[in-house]
Design a protein around this ligand. Structure first.
Ligand SMILES: [Zn+2]
Ligand SMILES: [Zn+2]
Length: 153
């Protein structure tokens, strides 16, 4: 049986080509999410809130269009860390997973390190260097910002 020749427009589907799928989740595996396409930004954040929320000197974030993100399993716990800012983490193991800001309703940030392939989108900027710990080095290869570079974490 022959497949009929596909019209050219079916062979060139830009939407599909762009929609590469990536998954990630928390340490215990209870909460999983899926992303498609590429991030708008990839940053390392030195701010005090990320530091506390992550229990780490910095937190790396990927900013995606909200429509490109979906929770797959488990139930992430929400926490309002500043007015208009919602951070979600796994209620069982505590892994920080996402950041949403009312000021940027069309986007969501996910922790870069929670991606299954955490090497996929290397950071290009370092933000909130104003809050950097004295013993934490800045990365000279990244574009530096004293505060946020956009409406990010
Ligand atoms: Zn977990
Ligand atoms: Zn931050």
């Amino acid at each position: 049986m022959f497949w009929p020749a596909l019209p050219v427009r079916w062979l060139c589907v830009p939407e599909l080509a762009r929609s590469q799928i990536y998954e990630g989740g928390c340490l215990c595996g209870a909460v999983r999410y899926r992303l498609s396409g590429s991030p708008l930004h990839s940053v390392i954040c030195h701010c005090l809130s990320c530091r506390r929320a992550g229990g780490a000197p910095t937190v790396a974030w990927l900013t995606f269009e909200r429509t490109r993100f979906e929770w797959l399993s488990g139930r992430a716990q929400p926490y309002v860390s500043s007015p208009g800012v919602l951070r979600c983490f796994c209620g069982s193991c505590g892994s920080p997973l996402s950041y949403e800001n009312e000021a940027s309703p069309g986007t969501i940030d996910v922790t870069t390190a929670s991606l299954d392939d955490a090497n996929r989108f290397p950071p290009t900027r370092e933000v909130w260097l104003e809050h950097k710990l004295s013993w934490q080095g800045a990365n000279p290869a990244l574009e530096p910002f004293a505060r946020d570079s956009a409406a990010g974490p």
